[in-house]
Design a protein around this ligand. Sequence first.
Ligand code: MTE
Ligand code: MO
Length: 485
Amino acid sequence: MKFLRAFIAVALLSVLGFIGLEVLGWVNPVVSLFGRITQALGVPVIFQALHQIFGLGSTGKSVAFAGVLVGWLGGLTLLGGLVRPWQAGAVVALALLAFTPLEVALGNGAVFGLLLWGLERLLAPRASTLSEPLAPVPTAAVARTDATRRTVTLALAGTGAAVLATRAGRLISVGGAGASASAASTPVTPGSLPAGVTPVSNWYYVSKNLEALDPRINGEKWRLRVDGLVGTPKTLTLEDLTRFPAVTSERTLACISNPVGGPLISNGIWEGFRLADLLRDVGIGKEARFVLWEAEDGYTESLPLGDALDPDVLLVTRLNGAPLTPKHGFPLRVLIPDRYGMKQPRWLTRITLSATDKPGYWVQRDWSRTARLELQSRIDFPEEINPQVKAGQPITVRGMAFFGTRPITRVEVSTDGGKTWGQAKLTPPRSNSAWTLWAFAWTPTAGAAMLMARAYSGSVAQKPAERDALPEGATGYHRFIVNAG
Ligand SMILES: Nc1nc2c(c(=O)[nH]1)N[C@H]1C(S)=C(S)[C@@H](COP(=O)(O)O)O[C@H]1N2
Ligand SMILES: [Mo]
């Protein structure tokens, strides 16, 4: 997280630097660094080698410059990730003094320090389920990191960082009664969401696309093609979908690349209809074994037909009382219980029944074929980002636990690094596929304490083994140190 932040800061600094160079003719630190390095190491040696590889011409130079740029980005990312903003700024200023004019060195150091400092404030590393239910307006920002996976997206995130930062919001739950998950439950109105429901403005976001290149679909022109091994292939409009019986369901959506304790999970009230109703309407061919999904952005996924006919598999058009936003799948997205988000396409455009399976977009990239949810829990208060508490003052440790349609039956909390565990109080089940909120009373004593949480679903216990998200989803207990002063 720190390194992502540092990378965004150095990316912004570099973009500013190059704009300064192009538009105003400022001295650019990377260009100066390039000059200094090539001079110091002896141009002939380096360029001879590069020329041998790339031939004569400007390619070698471009490659060398790219190398210096990568070094600059990498070096400053490391620096910014390892030390405090002002220290990183000071180091940059001092280092640049060696080969750039005073004002360039100081300017770059100061801007880098300020960017780091500002991003640290803007990009809190997690979304908390249970912030104070006061303001219905997002107050701070949450970084939507996607751990190990979309490196390219992350690399490009630097330039989009300003947009990201302003659009990001902290997850805030707004007071109110619990929601029922039944097909008949009353639709919600945005602005009056029950506690524990994630406002759309704070919903986590993961996409294979750059956000700016995500589909923006015109609802009038959009069509859903249903074909393959069906009785009658059909092309449906948004209007056509309204004739299927409406279903409202509170569901939690989680990304498979979410690290333990991470922010890539949200809970909302969805409205749509059953996939089974649509498939029966077009007629299911005898040979059909798989549902293949296609989306506007070229995303593909699949689901065995047996699973797809589960009445809990929905096609949804609304979230939290409003039509899906373009970012979160307008006009239609798939919801499948007990699976991570990657199995559930947004911007759906085509459903094909097939006798054979076709690995989906992330499956082709070595992620899980089935993407079944792991049992998970997270501590939301105290916040990992700000683990300060007052000694001797009772607090309520809070968080969530989630295991798809399997109920959370117990959550345990440790405040001594796992030596002893106490039982948390669970809020009543909110639906058959939403996270469970929990609370645990604790009076910190002075000093450091290691907080940990673990959840159970009947006889199934959360896996203690720390496992990376790739390829089957992260496991391990959420843990961090809080300081009581
Ligand atoms: N068409 C399409 N659908 C998609 C994706 C995508 O990139 N394209 N990403 C998937 C992944 S990995 C996740 S976690 C969820 C995220 O949905 P959200 O951003 O609305 O939370 O969408 C899924 N559906
Ligand atoms: Mo995901």
